[in-house]
Design a protein around this ligand. Structure first.
Ligand code: NAD
Length: 267
């Protein structure tokens, strides 16, 4: 399968170049970055710390989508509408790891999914997919006397908060409770907040250093609490999941998919 990478100069982009290069059945169809990015013109292999691969980093997503069977996007929410449109035009599968997407980006993905497979996951690691399933299961078993709080920590460069993974874990808890997260979420607290409103799902965000991604979901009851945690120790887990997802998309019908589909897990 010919796999293209947009945003190849980024932290995840470089991981993805290495992952495609070492995956049987995958070849690198091309790599882009944004206009003006330092990676432009560099050989993708050298950029990723490998030997030369003969694939230069360009700012031409049209040529990339024309050449690739699947494209992996870990870039920025502003880039998603164009990538979704190109994926639909060229019937290229699109794997979206970018987080913090706004309504316009989500809508663009929904439209593109009518023409091509769109696989979106705020966290491509096996551990977080399993954590999400566990959170939904536990939330289904506990009544609202158990307060649900989600704490995440990421490196100092992360630009969106709470993380896409924290929000997805909140969605899992809300599904388990059979409530709408939008009605129940408390995204931050500051000052005189008053007592906690029963049934809400709270979020707290920490930023610092080079933390790749830690998430803990706490179910706090009277006299006891349950904590479910995941700690990412390497970005390799996200890159491996994304390339596995790209290969899984081969021959799939148009539509929206998640890592739960790739891993064949029942929710
Ligand atoms: P980064 O800033 O290191 O890299 C982003 C790259 O995208 C940069 O090279 C940037 O120049 C490039 N870019 C921006 N706009 C572009 C455009 N229009 N066209 C092409 N390239 C463009 O960021 P990162 O740490 O690699 O994270 C990228 C995204 O992936 C973030 O949204 C992050 O939250 C998300 N992420 C998701 C997962 C997951 O498993 N789903 C894991 C880690 C990070």
């Amino acid at each position: 399968m010919k796999i293209g990478i947009v945003g190849g100069g980024g932290r995840m982009g470089q991981m993805l170049i290495r992952q495609v290069a070492r995956t049987d059945g995958a070849t690198l169809a091309g790599v882009t970055d944004r206009e003006g990015a330092p990676a432009l013109g560099q050989d993708a292999g050298l950029l990723a710390g490998l030997g030369p691969l003969g694939v230069p980093v360009t700012a031409d997503p049209v040529a990339l989508f024309a050449a690739a069977d699947a494209v992996i996007d870990f870039t920025s929410p502003a880039a998603t509408p164009l990538h979704a449109k190109l994926a639909a035009e060229h019937q290229t599968a699109l794997i979206v790891g970018t987080t913090g997407l706004d309504e316009a980006a989500e809508e663009a993905l929904a439209v593109a999914a009518l023409s091509t497979p769109i696989l979106q996951a705020p966290n491509m690691s096996l551990g977080v997919v399993l954590l999400s399933a566990l959170v939904e299961r536990v939330a289904r078993s506990l009544d609202i006397d158990w307060d649900i709080e989600i704490v995440e920590m990421h490196h100092r460069h992360k630009v969106d908060a709470p993380s896409g993974t924290a929000l997805a874990l909140g969605q899992a808890a809300a599904r388990g409770r059979n409530v709408d997260l939008a009605d129940q979420s408390v995204r931050s607290r500051d000052g005189f907040t008053g007592p906690r409103t029963p049934g809400t799902i709270g979020f707290a965000t920490l930023r610092g250093g080079d933390v790749i991604g830690d998430h803990t979901v706490t179910f706090a009851g009277q006299g006891e609490r349950i904590e479910l945690s995941h700690k990412a120790q390497s970005r390799d887990i996200f890159a491996a999941g994304a390339v596995r997802a790209a290969l899984w998309c081969s021959g799939r019908s148009p539509g929206r998919y998640t890592m739960t589909d790739v891993l064949g897990l029942d929710q």
